[in-house]
Design a protein around this ligand. Structure first.
Ligand code: SIN
Length: 345
């Protein structure tokens, strides 16, 4: 996919743009750029509005930062891909390396926003702020939330307090750690939550307040400079009386890793356990995660993880565990080392 670039120079009436932090907004599509036929009906198409129109709709952002916009993709985030993730991460690293900006904001669909947030958190090699933002209502809707969220995201990105926090997600006047944030409601405005630890900060009346800092922000990030793809990792969902068919299918199809979204503390029935153990013996990395939505999957409690060659996701949900496992597999196949990454990243 080619990068279409649109640059908007700020028309800053109230402040000298030279003294303002420089923020580049990388647009990828999503509902924040969505348009519908009616302001009151829910139907719309994601990713239709180009970045220059999005920026023109929120002139106040030019009072907070010197803004440039780039259209990196124009997709609903259900179509987010490893290709776009790599492109996004490489572009952000390039921006900071070349000192093109002091902070980056990524506009994104909410469906996979949490995955992109964690991918960038693990691969952006800079302490400068990266804020990911979306909207639940399209730009044409009555009481749309995108303009407000975008203004908040730019303000958060431009705030020096946002330095060194890894990627954060700004939605609905809350600030979340990119590692921990998850979408919890299909259509509600207050969909984003960090189920285990809550938001790290609040945004209100133009002011950014941080309350917590994640300890999971390791200095050593994954280097994606030379990568053109990632090792394949599949997620298989656990349920009562599950058959091993899905596990055997992805193994036969050449997967390098399986995240098993297990029941309770990452549990599985006998047939699934046998299939996972066989997959592990064949060299497929197996990670036990949980479908429960919060809490940790604990090592060596109910399951002989070491004996079976499994790792556990700790508190990462299955879709985030997949991101870390794909990146881990670019460096090592060693079970102990991969487990350590799950305890540190
Ligand atoms: C998408 O993820 O692109 C569609 C849904 C949304 O942005 O809220």
């Amino acid at each position: 996919m080619s990068i279409m670039t649109f640059q908007i120079q700020a028309q800053n009436k109230s402040a000298d743009s030279k003294t303002l932090p420089r923020v580049i907004i990388l647009a990828t599509g999503g509902t924040i750029a969505g348009a519908g036929e009616s302001s009151t009906k829910a139907a719309y198409t994601a990713g239709k509005i180009p970045i220059d129109d999005l920026l023109n709709a929120v002139p106040q952002i030019h009072e907070r930062a010197s803004i440039k916009g780039e259209q990196l993709a124009k997709i609903g985030s259900q179509d987010m891909s490893i290709e776009v993730w790599l492109k996004l991460s490489k572009r952000i690293n390039e921006i900071f390396k070349n000192n093109e900006a002091d902070a980056v904001v990524v506009t994104h669909g909410t469906d996979t926003q949490e995955e992109t947030a964690y991918f960038l958190d693990l691969t952006v090699q800079s302490d400068k702020p990266v804020v990911i933002v979306g909207a639940m209502r399209p730009s044409t809707a009555m009481s749309q939330d995108g303009n407000r969220n975008l203004l908040d995201a730019v303000t958060i990105a431009a705030d020096p307090k946002s330095q060194g926090r890894g990627v954060v997600a700004a939605m609905n006047e809350l600030i979340f750690d990119g590692r921990d944030v998850t979408k919890t409601n299909t259509t509600g405005l207050a969909t984003f939550q960090s189920r285990n630890f809550g938001p790290i900060g609040l945004f209100y009346d133009g002011k950014v307040s941080y309350y917590y800092t994640s300890t999971r922000n390791p200095k050593e990030k994954f280097d994606v400079t030379k990568l053109t793809t990632l090792p394949r990792v599949d997620i298989v969902y656990g349920y009562a009386d599950a058959s091993p068919t899905a596990i055997n299918a992805v193994v036969n199809d050449g997967t390098k890793g399986i995240v098993y979204a297990g029941m309770g503390n990452g549990n599985f029935n006998e047939a699934v356990g046998k299939a996972l153990a066989e997959a592990s013996k064949k060299g497929v990395s197996v990670c036990r995660a949980a479908r429960a939505g919060s809490g940790r999957v604990t090592l060596e409690n109910e399951v002989d993880d070491k004996g079976l060659g499994f790792v556990v996701s700790d508190d990462l949900n299955p879709q985030k565990a997949r991101i870390l496992l794909m990146l881990a597999l670019t460096k090592t196949n060693d079970r102990e080392k991969i487990q350590q990454l799950f305890f540190e990243y």
